[in-house]
Design a protein around this ligand. Structure first.
Ligand code: FES
Ligand SMILES: [Fe+2]
Length: 426
C-alpha cells in the first residue's frame, strides 16, 4: 500500500480511517524511525532529575542509548552512550553520581562534561590522535523548555519553541501548578505492551474508551458512593497543532484533586483548593478546566501527560511491541504527605495491579491481535468529525494521525489541517 493511501481523511463527509498496516508493518516502523523519531524533538529528561553536579541518568531516546549528565560546570548534557574508541556503552548504570565515566572495555575515561580525559598508554598514540576531539557526543540539537530537555537528531529542524507551539500553554499549567514549580521523581514505572506504540498514543488522549474499558473502576467509584456527573459544557477535545492534542475529562466529584481516586486527606484538599483558586486567578475561569488533573495531553510524537500527576514516554520496539516509562510529577513545595498521596496514585491507578493501565493494556493487545485478521483493513476514527469537539470524540487522535502522515510523506504540514468544524471548545 502506498504511503499516501494509509489515511482516509474526508472532512466533507465526516470520515477518517487509518489503515491497519500502520500498526503491523516493519517497513512502516523503519520509516517512522527515519521520518518521525529522527526528525522530531523528543523528550530526554527533566532538570529536577539531576539536581547535583555529577548526577546522571541513563535513558533510551529515539532508539539510541543515551545518558543525561549534570556536569561539574553546572550544565546539563544528554550524551550518546557510546565510547569514542570502539563503541561500548560508557554509562552502565541507570542512575547515580560520578565525577568521571570510565569505559569498561579498554578504560578510556570521560569527565562529567563529556571530555576525554584519559586513555591508557598515551605514548602509544601518534601526535595526530587528538583527545580533545574525542569527547562524548551529544545529539545535534538539544534545547529545553522550562526544565524539560528535548533532543533532535535533525540539525535542520525548527527550534523547540516553534515545534512545541501552543502545547507550551499546557506545559506551563503543569509547571505552574504551584508557585514553586515541579519535580519529576526518580524511580519511574517501566513496562511493555505487546501492541503498536501508536495505540497507546491514541489511548492516552482517548475519552471514548473510559466508560467501557474502565467499567470496573467506574463501578468502584459508584460503590464508594461517588456521584458521577455528566460531562460539563466545558469539557472538550483539542487539536493543539503540530500533532499535539488534548482532552479534558469528565468532571467527577472525586478526582478533581489531580488523580481520579479520592484518597487525599481533608488537609490536602484544603490546600489543593487553594492551588485551584490560584490557577483560576492566573489563567482565568476559561482555563480553569485546563487545570492538569482534568487534562491529558500529548506532546507529539510520544510524550504524554496524564493529568498533573504523571508523565510518560512511549517508544516502539517492533511494530507489535512498545516500551513505556512513567514518572510521577510533584510540586516542589509540597509536604511529604501530599507528595505521598500523589506517589500512591501511580501504582493505584497505573501500576500492574492498578485500576486503569491493566485494562488499557488488555484493550491495546487485543486490538493488536485483531490486526492479524488482515481482511479487515481499516480502523475508524471519525467520531465527532462534524461537531464541536467533545472529550470522547476522536479529534485529538486525528490531529496526531494528520501530523504522522505529513511527517511520513515529508510534507511541511498536514494535507487537512483540521476537521471542518474546528473550534477549540464547545
Ligand atoms: S570501547 Fe571504550 S575504551 Fe575501548
Ligand atoms: Fe484508559
Amino acid at each position: 500500500m502506498e504511503l499516501d493511501q494509509l489515511i482516509m481523511d474526508d472532512p466533507e463527509q465526516g470520515l477518517f480511517r487509518v489503515h491497519r498496516s500502520t500498526m503491523t508493518s516493519e517497513e512502516i516502523q523503519r520509516l517512522e524511525q527515519e521520518r518521525i523519531f529522527d526528525r522530531s524533538w523528543v523528550y530526554v529528561g527533566h532538570e529536577s532529575e539531576l539536581p547535583n553536579p555529577g548526577d546522571f541518568i541513563r535513558r533510551r531516546v529515539a532508539n539510541r542509548p543515551m545518558f543525561f549528565v549534570h556536569g561539574k560546570d553546572g550544565k546539563l548534557r544528554p550524551f550518546l552512550n557510546t565510547c569514542r574508541h570502539r563503541g561500548a556503552m560508557v554509562c552502565r548504570q541507570d542512575y547515580g553520581n560520578a565525577a568521571a565515566f570510565q569505559c569498561f572495555y579498554h578504560g578510556w575515561t570521560y569527565d562529567n562534561k563529556g571530555d576525554l580525559i584519559g586513555v591508557p598508554d598515551e605514548e602509544g598514540y601518534a601526535p595526530a590522535f587528538d583527545q580533545s576531539e574525542l569527547g562524548l557526543m551529544q545529539p545535534p540539537l538539544v534545547e529545553q523548555y522550562r526544565g524539560f530537555y528535548f533532543a533532535c537528531f535533525d540539525r535542520n529542524a525548527q527550534s523547540l519553541d516553534s515545534y512545541l507551539g501552543d502545547v507550551k500553554v499546557f506545559l506551563d499549567i503543569v509547571i505552574d501548578q504551584t508557585e514553586g514549580g515541579i519535580r519529576v521523581l526518580p524511580g519511574p514505572v517501566r513496562y511493555a505492551i505487546r501492541a503498536n506504540w501508536k495505540l497507546l498514543v491514541e489511548n492516552s488522549v482517548d475519552g471514548y474508551h473510559v466508560p467501557t474499558t474502565h467499567q470496573s473502576y467506574m463501578q468502584y467509584l459508584k460503590d464508594q458512593g461517588v456521584s458521577m456527573t455528566e460531562p460539563k459544557g466545558r469539557s472538550w477535545g483539542m487539536d493543539i497543532g503540530h500533532g499535539h492534542g488534548a482532552f479534558s475529562g469528565r468532571e467527577r466529584s472525586a478526582g478533581q484533586y489531580g488523580g481520579v481516586i479520592d484518597h487525599f486527606t481533608d488537609d490536602v484538599k484544603v490546600r489543593l483548593d487553594k492551588v485551584k483558586a490560584q490557577q483560576v486567578h492566573r489563567y482565568g475561569e476559561e482555563r480553569e478546566d485546563w487545570a492538569p488533573g482534568r487534562v491529558n495531553f500529548l506532546v507529539y510524537p510520544n510524550m504524554v501527560f496524564v493529568g498533573k500527576t504523571t508523565l510518560r514516554t512511549i517508544w516502539p520496539v517492533s511494530p507489535g511491541l512498545m516500551e513505556i516509562t512513567g514518572w510521577a510529577i510533584v510540586p516542589k513545595n509540597e509536604s511529604a504527605e501530599e507528595q505521598q498521596a500523589r506517589i500512591n496514585e501511580i501504582p493505584l491507578f497505573q501500576g500492574p495491579g492498578g485500576f486503569a493501565s491493566p485494562d488499557d493494556l488488555e484493550a491495546l493487545e487485543s486490538s493488536q491481535l485483531g490486526y492479524a485478521a488482515t481482511e479487515v483493513e481499516w480502523n475508524d476514527l471519525s467520531k465527532g468529525m462534524d461537531r464541536a469537539p467533545k472529550p470522547d470524540d476522536e479529534l485529538q487522535m486525528r490531529a496526531f494521525w494528520r501530523q504522522w502522515q505529513a511527517d511520513m510523506l515529508g510534507l511541511p504540514q498536514a494535507r487537512n489541517m483540521h476537521d471542518l468544524t474546528k473550534s477549540a471548545s464547545s
